[in-house]
Design a protein around this ligand. Structure first.
Ligand code: ZN
Length: 208
């Protein structure tokens, strides 16, 4: 995998997912990040996840790879050179406790192997992006299906918001939020990330 720089993630970017967790729909993008140590590639391998810290939830997401430093007025096709599918794994019970106490999410979102990525593909263009569904299969059955056309904050709004607040440059990646249907993963579950009809990557979960 090419060297990844910063890993940004968008929370609550799909209305139905915000609702399923009982969260308000945000009025500006909610951004968090993960350490690069969280990265793991889904290439038919086994991936270790925490088995003793409460429920681990999958969140399937479209991931953008940033091509160049942000400039106001740039188009999505100029800013993004590659896309992948990913899973933003979340320790849901830990996150609920952190939310209650008002503490940062890092413990719940930044653990090792919490940022799953399929291999990247060339950016397919805005039209293909918004007309193609992505989905997550758990043991062969679809558990999540999303379309980037359904997000609350569109891709350029997220890109410019991140760039202005935190900086954005080549090699950064953005997890763009998860549609409804998140749920727990168990030892031995096989997770497959699908773009349209194409399987882009899969792995087997090992809970330790
Ligand atoms: Zn997420």
């Amino acid at each position: 995998m090419e060297q990844i720089q910063n890993i940004y993630c968008v929370g609550r970017n799909y209305r139905l997912h915000a609702a399923e967790l009982g969260n308000d729909v945000p009025t500006r993008p909610m951004i968090f990040d993960k350490p690069t140590h969280a990265l793991a590639e889904a290439v038919g391998n086994e991936i270790e996840l925490p088995g003793t810290r409460g429920e681990v939830h999958y969140e399937a997401e479209l991931v953008l790879h940033i091509a160049r430093p942000y400039e106001a007025g740039a188009t999505l096709g100029q800013m993004v050179d590659k896309i992948a599918l990913g899973i933003d794994f979340t320790l849901r019970d830990v996150q609920s406790e952190l939310k209650k106490s008002g503490h940062p999410w890092l413990l719940a979102k930044g653990f090792k192997n919490s940022a799953i990525l399929t291999p990247f593909r060339a950016f397919p263009g805005v039209d293909v992006l918004s007309s193609t569904d992505f989905s997550l299969l758990k043991n062969g059955e679809q558990v999540q299906c999303g379309n980037i056309g359904d997000v609350i904050f569109d891709m350029m709004t997220i890109i410019s918001y991140i760039a202005e607040n935190f900086g954005l440059d080549r090699g950064d990646i953005i997890y763009t939020g998860t549609p409804a249907g998140v749920g727990p993963i168990a030892d031995g579950d096989v997770m497959t990330l699908v773009w349209g009809e194409e399987k882009w990557g899969h792995f087997t979960a090992r809970m330790k």
